[in-house]
Design a protein around this ligand. Structure first.
Ligand code: NAD
Ligand code: TDX
Length: 338
């Protein structure tokens, strides 16, 4: 099988490429990535000599560049490419409209034009908005969309386009809406690697608001195995929610757990201005479990330990991205504290 992966130089995409080529060594992957600030080509440097892996730099919004990819027969598209950071979407929403909405539309059009190619779309639980106790206690495939941030609104829009191409043109689509991923190779702008790298640097760890917001954390290779299950055995036209845990974790408890695992002090915690429209998430993943037999392998403690170990031994991978991320946060904080 020949697979076109978009956004394969980012966190989940690069982990997925390694995961897939290890388990399906006869398949070939083309990684199409613009190499934005969020990409790190180092994550895939071990694959440069692999004849089953090819990298093409380009923008999913560029119709001509996307069209060119199909000069080879493609059997399957797995679409990871996106602007993925909520705080950046608050700062520059238009970029999210372009990449996440127009980019997805451009790929869908190409998939339709080149023979209705199987299209798997990577989405997020954030499209459902926030948990409202007593009204929406957990997200599932039937939860109405109610996005809060420009990021989640752009992902929701992309999901609607994906489904519409399935219904209108018969494009063989599937969608996974997953919860917060974490693990090695994640840009240190995101919460878990930001906390770990700040602790390594002896800096304070900034918690938004009172730290009461909660998430359902999914170790990245568990997400990859869920995508694999849906690609191999999922029903066309269907959506699958993927979550990591049976319980959610409040940010303050998660940070305290990281501090404990790293033998640091809770004095390093600082509470800072809250994110606007700050959501809470929890995912019911019964469907992917009952239909496809998928379940996560990592516990939060085992996943966090692996993640901490990796950041402690891979500073050369994350240092430049951290400098860039903290410069972004300085600008954002100045704007939030005005
Ligand atoms: P990431 O930000 O680490 O990587 C995104 C990748 O997409 C980068 O390599 C970037 O260069 C590429 N990209 C961005 N714009 C592009 C464009 N216009 N053309 C081509 N490539 C472009 O993101 P991630 O965390 O790996 O997330 C991957 C996907 O999973 C995204 O669709 C995201 O919405 C979704 N998702 C992520 C999480 C999470 O916790 N990280 C959770 C749920 C869903
Ligand atoms: O410094 C911080 N302090 C803090 O308290 C940061 C960066 C975050 N937070 C909080 C905000 C959230 O409640 O931690 C939580 C996680 O924040 P992020 O890492 O920014 O992730 P989140 O907004 O939950 O979105 C992530 O999961 C869903 C991904 O970035 C999205 O791409 C994905 O769709």
């Amino acid at each position: 099988m020949k697979i076109l992966v978009t956004g394969g130089s980012g966190f989940i995409g690069s982990t997925f490429i390694h995961y897939w080529l290890t388990r399906h060594p006869d398949d070939s992957i083309i990684n199409f990535d613009k190499l934005t600030y969020a990409a790190n080509p180092e994550s895939l440097s071990d694959l440069t000599a692999n004849p089953h892996y090819q990298f093409v730099q380009g923008d999913i919004c560029d119709e001509i560049a996307v069209d060119k990819l199909f000069s080879d027969t493609i059997d399957l598209i797995i679409h990871f490419a996106a602007e993925s950071h909520v705080d950046r979407s608050i700062d520059d929403p238009m970029l999210f409209v372009k990449t996440n909405v127009l980019g997805t539309y451009t790929l869908l059009s190409a998939a339709k034009k080149h023979g209705n190619i199987r299209f798997h779309h990577i989405s997020t639980d954030e499209v459902f908005g926030t948990i409202i106790p007593g009204v929406v206690d957990v997200f599932s495939e039937s939860t109405p969309y109610n996005p809060s941030s420009p990021y989640s609104a752009s992902k929701a829009s992309a999901d609607h386009f994906v489904r519409s191409f399935g219904k209108t043109y018969g494009l063989p689509i599937t969608i996974t809406n997953c919860s917060n991923n974490y693990g090695p190779f994640m840009n240190p702008e995101k919460m878990i690697p930001r906390m770990i790298t700040n602790l390594i640097d002896g800096k304070k760890v900034p918690i938004y608001g009172a730290g009461e917001n909660y998430r359902d954390w999914l170790y990245v290779t568990d997400h990859c195995s869920a995508i694999e299950a849906v690609i191999l055995n999922g029903k066309l036209g269907q959506t699958y929610c993927v979550g990591g845990l049976k319980e959610t974790s409040r940010n303050i408890d998660l940070v305290k757990q990281i501090i404990k695992l790293m033998n640091k002090s809770e004095d390093q915690i600082e509470f800072v201005a809250d994110r606007p429209a700050h959501d809470n998430y929890a995912v019911n993943w019964d469907k992917v479990h009952n239909e496809l037999g998928w379940e996560p392998k990592e516990t939060l403690t085992s996943g966090l330990q692996k993640t901490i170990d990796w950041y402690q031994t891979h500073e050369s991978w994350w240092r430049a991205a951290k400098t860039e991320a903290e410069a972004f946060y300085q600008r954002l904080n100045a704007a939030r504290n005005k």
